[in-house]
Every structure is written in C-alpha cells, then in structure tokens.
Design a protein. Sequence first.
Length: 178
Amino acid sequence: MESDRQLLIVEDDEAFARTLQRSFERRGYAVLRAADLDQVRRVLALHRPGYAVVDLKLAGGDSGLACVQQLHEHDPAMVVVVLTGYASIATAVEAIKLGARHYLAKPANTDDIEAAFTRSEGDAEVELTARQTSIKTLEWERIHQTLAETGFNISETARRLGMHRRTLARKLEKQRVK
C-alpha cells in the first residue's frame, strides 16, 4: 500500500512503538514498523512511506543515524524526524546533515512529531539563551559526539574518551532524557 500518509516508525521499544502507531493511525496514517536496520530494509523493499520517525538508538546496537542515511538515500523526499531519549547537539547536527527534517528529544507526543513533519524552514526567531554552557553539558556533548562517531558502540566510545566502560554506562544512564 502506497500512500502520501504512510508512516514508518523505527523504534525498538515495542510498547512505545505500539503507542505511536495507534496514535498516528487515529490521525489517518497507514503505519509500518521496524526495530532495526534489517527490518527497515525489508519494509523499504515493499513500501515507499512518505514519513518516518526514527529512534536514535536501535536494537542490536544499530544507529538511528545510519537509518536516517538509509531512508534519505532510498527516497530523498521522505520526511524523516529523529526522536530520541539521548539528545545531543552532535547527533542533532549529524541527523540533519544525513537528511532528517527535524530532531526531537523525548518525551515528545504525536502533535510534536506531526508538527515537525510540516516544518521545512528554520526559525530565525528562536530565542537565544544568555546562559553559558556548563562543564557537565560540554562533557555530555562530547560523549554523544563520540558515541555518534563510533556508531553507538559503548566500549569503543569509552576507549576513545579514556574512561572505563562502566563509568561511561553510568554517565549515560544518569543523564538519560526519558
């Protein structure tokens, strides 16, 4: 089934994916789902969705950034929104460079996601913050930049940052946006 309202949800959290699916189906979307890059490839072999919502961290260690790239290469006109609990400036920039239309931090609802589908222009009126970036925020950004560079490989990220893997895992769990 091909549709201008066909949506692919790429999310490995089954409960969250089901919730998103029901919500978008109530809004008239035909929803397809995938939990990893292999499933995305299988879906794209049979369908041509106009929209996609992609989680940044996927099952099996797959990167949502690689998924965004794959979706954009498959159909540059597809509107892709990245939705993540691990938001960072580094991954946001890379997602946009790879073809995502928008990047949202969890928690985000269906209204937020649907609004992101329609936003194609930047907003020069976004309020700039007068607050300087904290050391913790800079550390968080560096961790996420390195995570993105390593395809979300925790061990390799820890090695590159010169920290123990468990220390990195604790930092990631502590700072997780839910």
